[in-house]
Design a protein around this ligand. Structure first.
Ligand code: FES
Length: 124
């Protein structure tokens, strides 16, 4: 059965920002990433959400939820009480900082992604 979840999502950059409150519909069986995509599509289309595999393999969707690191694609909304306010920090800062100080990583990352895509095409 669907319900309305109260979210507080960290919005900001370079150490400045705040927790923005939202109310988003949650349907049975959904994971946090589903709800964030609904939020992005319906209320916050400037919200950046990283994800890739949606299978708990890549770690792209890692975020802090109520102070605890979790994978948004693997965390079922049923983990939380329906009336619990979920505080989410989606941080791209650490990743961007890493690439800024270690530019060679971006090339290595692209090579890894390309290899994964090539491998995936074999099974399509
Ligand atoms: S999208 Fe890959 S681990 Fe969540």
């Amino acid at each position: 059965m669907a319900y309305q979840a109260a979210l507080r999502v960290w919005r900001g950059d370079h150490g400045q920002g705040d927790l923005t409150p939202y109310t988003v519909e949650v349907n049975e069986g959904e994971v946090v990433l589903d709800v964030l995509h609904r939020l992005q599509a319906s209320q916050a289309n400037d919200l950046a959400i990283r994800w890739n595999c949606k299978a708990g393999k890549c770690g792209s969707c890692s975020m802090e939820i109520n102070g605890r690191p979790r994978l948004a694609c693997m965390t079922r909304m049923s983990t939380f009480a329906e009336d619990e306010v979920l505080t989410m920090a989606i941080s791209h800062r650490a990743f961007s900082k890493l690439l800024k100080h270690e530019p060679s990583l971006s090339l290595a990352l692209l090579r890894t992604l390309a290899a994964r895509l090539r491998a995936a095409e074999k099974y399509v």
